[in-house]
Ligand binder design. Structure first.
Ligand SMILES: Nc1ncnc2c1ncn2[C@@H]1O[C@H](COP(=O)(O)OP(=O)(O)O)[C@@H](O)[C@H]1O
Ligand SMILES: [Mg+2]
Length: 676
């Protein structure tokens, strides 16, 4: 499309959409009032006429409204003119900037005042220009706001906004997209545009629209003086002012964040804490921990996923410390009057959690702020390290001051969990021989107390091998395979320490933290067997209708597992299947039995799906690996943040607790963490 105008007194150049009006100085003639009257408001930009260049940027749509000015224009403008004047324009502009100081005697124009009377509230207004629609179908929802020029630099994706309805209800929404578009149709991919931009210090915001796409989260309304939320079931009016949500109550209600519960961190957007006018200005995020609406979420299981060094252990300690707060108790059973503190048993491959016995490193002022916010902190006295005695391995405890006790796994525990010695190598047939023939036979000969050493010599007996083969119970080859597999656990079972089964009351203590370090164990297969033996014991007792250890059954229990992917993998082996089956069942029964799994991993993709599906609260710290990111299965708006998050930044996806949110964890570990 060609513009139909060309100035009489000068030559006109245009790119598609921008008209540069270049005066010939000799014929310079000031614009008259018509040029500056309403017709040109918003659409006209006057350069300094006193200089050699005067620019008019005119939107095509209003050209026919040029009025008096149009009549002065003739129609002779051609493409060739354009080219020459483009360069002239550029040159003259250059000289103008270089040499011309504003000159008192120059003709000047009054500056155009675009600001309407009154003072602005909010960030902008909802626009109906490309539809304003709230729909049950998310894809059809269209909610866009025009952001005014002076608000643009501060606006961020993820920020929370409010738009009021005429009756006082408010729409709480989140910015999900930001888009600049042109106010005036113009091709800015042109030489002149680019070069002009390269010489200027910035854009004129008013030449552009900044549109914010909003994701409606909830309608906020008052009910009997109480602020409540409901689904977004109405559309706000066009031109409704949108404001940043700044009141704590609005944000908490809008995001469905519980007022009480276990502290996880402070609400954030784009790595910045959300601030309000309240004191403290930050917004605490808590995980529901009572029975008022559903079950405490800890018994519906938690996963902390993050890359190495992302802050998993720091974060996990801070959260576990909350569960160990002396004020935290759960009813013994639903509706019971008697409350009991939870026990935490933490499996610890890197030997980091025993330090929870000792105080964190932060100044008293930080401690006072924690107290004021109701965050438990400081070393937890009732911390015991249960050191597995394995062969000649020695455990070094120079980095903490927690009490240590040694224990061993009695071979008798294998009767309930034969897969412990199946490792990864037995096929179904072999496993069946172990479970239905060999172990029962051993038990009948040696009783429940039969040791691993005795089992070894039992399997070394050629007469037994022959007898079982001849009776058709166990084929020789099968017998050999089982015997081979079952070897190599000398270090694990019946070592020179008290069996764990005799220390259950020390192992599971209401209000106590038990840490099981495995770093000192050289062979990973041994460490794995110990962790699985203990965790299975806990889980079995919790699920049993006829528990051997009432203590385990009745104590609310949090089983923490760092590097959980090593223990709960999905593999095609007898052992993996049994473990996964057991933990899946445990996870399902967790709410009822007050058993919470607290899994920590850098490889969430390696945790078996059936267990994963039972996890209600997922906390994700920085993760770089794509497979890992997609495995944690969080909403896409959170997912995209994950690779960019700094230490301590996290996203929390806990659908029964709140809307998905971003948080910043505490900058200090509430107990000791790290070695000098
Ligand atoms: N929120 C945080 N603020 C400050 N430092 C942190 C934060 N989270 C972790 N760190 C520090 O970063 C380091 C690595 O954290 P850590 O929890 O041990 O990582 P991971 O267990 O994920 O490998 C530690 O020194 C820890 O104290
Ligand atoms: Mg760690």
């Amino acid at each position: 499309m060609n513009p139909t105008i060309s100035p009489l007194s000068c030559c006109l150049s245009y790119g598609s959409g921008v008209i540069t009006y270049v005066h010939d100085t000799t014929e310079l003639k000031p614009h008259d009032d018509n040029c500056r009257n309403n017709t040109f408001e918003r659409n006209t930009k006057f350069g300094c006429v006193g200089k050699r260049v005067c620019e008019l940027r005119v939107m095509f749509g209003v050209m026919t409204d040029l009025g008096d000015f149009t009549s002065e224009l003739d129609d002779d403008s051609t493409g060739e003119d354009t080219d020459t004047t483009v360069s002239e324009s550029a040159e003259t502009r250059e000289t103008a900037t270089a040499t011309d100081e504003p000159d008192e005697t120059d003709d000047t124009f009054d500056s155009y005042e675009a600001t309407p009377a009154g003072s602005d509230r909010g960030l902008g207004v909802l626009s109906a220009a490309s539809g304003l629609q709230i729909s049950e179908d998310e894809d059809e929802t269209r909610l866009r706001a025009y952001v005014t020029a002076n608000n643009r630099s501060q606006i961020r994706i993820g920020s929370y906004l409010l738009a009021s309805y005429p009756d006082g209800e408010r729409l709480f929404c989140r910015i999900s997209g930001l888009e600049y578009s042109q106010e005036y149709r113009a091709d800015d991919a042109t030489e002149i545009h680019a070069r002009r931009a390269m010489r200027s210090a910035g854009i004129d915001e008013e030449d552009f629209k900044l549109m914010a796409t909003l994701d409606p989260v909830a309608v906020l309304y008052e009910d009997d003086g109480e602020l409540k939320r409901r689904m977004t079931d109405r559309v706000p009016k066009p031109e409704t002012v949108v404001r940043q949500a700044e009141r704590k109550a609005d944000i908490k209600t809008g995001l469905k964040m519980p007022e009480d519960g276990v502290f996880l961190g402070h609400l954030a957007v784009g790595g910045q804490k959300v601030r309000t006018a309240a004191e403290p200005p930050t917004i605490d995020y808590r995980l529901k921990d009572d029975y008022t609406a559903g079950d405490p979420l800890v018994f519906r299981h938690t996963l902390i996923a993050g890359g190495t060094g992302s802050g998993k252990t720091h974060g996990a300690k801070n959260i576990l410390r909350q569960y160990l707060d002396e004020d935290r108790t759960y009813p013994v059973e639903s509706g019971a009057d008697r409350d009991i503190s939870p026990a935490v048993v933490q499996f610890d491959p890197q030997d980091e959690y025993a330090q929870m016995h000792d105080d964190g490193e932060y100044d008293p002022e930080f401690g006072r702020r924690l107290d004021a916010e109701g965050v438990a902190h400081g070393g937890h006295d009732d911390t015991t390290v249960f050191v597995p005695k394995v062969g000649s391995a020695t455990y070094s405890a120079s980095h903490h001051r927690a009490e240590q006790v040694e224990f061993t796994i009695p071979f008798g525990m294998v009767h309930d969990n034969p897969w412990l010695i199946a490792g990864s190598g037995l096929n179904d047939n072999q496993y069946s021989a172990l479970v239905t023939v060999l172990l029962p036979r051993f038990r009948s000969q040696y009783g429940d107390e039969g040791t691993y050493e005795q089992f070894r010599s039992f399997l070394d007996d050629p007469a037994l091998r022959e007898e079982l083969d001849e009776s058709g119970k166990v084929h020789e080859a099968t017998f050999d395979a089982v015997a081979r597999r079952a070897r190599g656990f000398d270090a694990v079972f019946d070592a020179d320490a008290r069996p764990i089964t005799e220390r259950i009351h020390e192992f599971v203590r209401p209000g106590g933290l038990t840490v099981v370090p495995t770093y000192h164990i050289a062979e990973s297969r041994h460490a794995e067997t110990i962790v699985l033996a203990l965790s299975s014991l806990l889980v079995d007792e919790k699920l049993s209708n006829d528990p051997t250890y009432e203590r385990i059954k009745e104590t609310p229990l949090i089983v923490g597992m760092d590097e959980a992917h090593n223990f709960l993998t999905d593999a095609d082996t007898v052992q993996a299947q049994r473990v996964i089956g057991k933990f899946t069942e445990a996870a399902k029964q967790g709410r009822k039995e007050r058993l919470g799994l607290f899994l920590i991993t850098q490889d969430p993709q390696d945790i078996a799906d059936p267990v994963f599906k039972q996890i209600n609260t997922t906390i994700v710290l920085n993760l770089g690996d794509e497979d890992a990111i997609s495995a944690v299965n969080i909403p896409s708006n959170l997912e995209s943040k994950v690779p960019y998050m700094e230490k301590g930044q996290m996203v929390v996806y806990s659908p029964d607790n709140s809307e998905p949110v971003e948080l910043i964890g505490l900058p200090h570990c509430l107990t000791r963490h790290g070695r000098d």
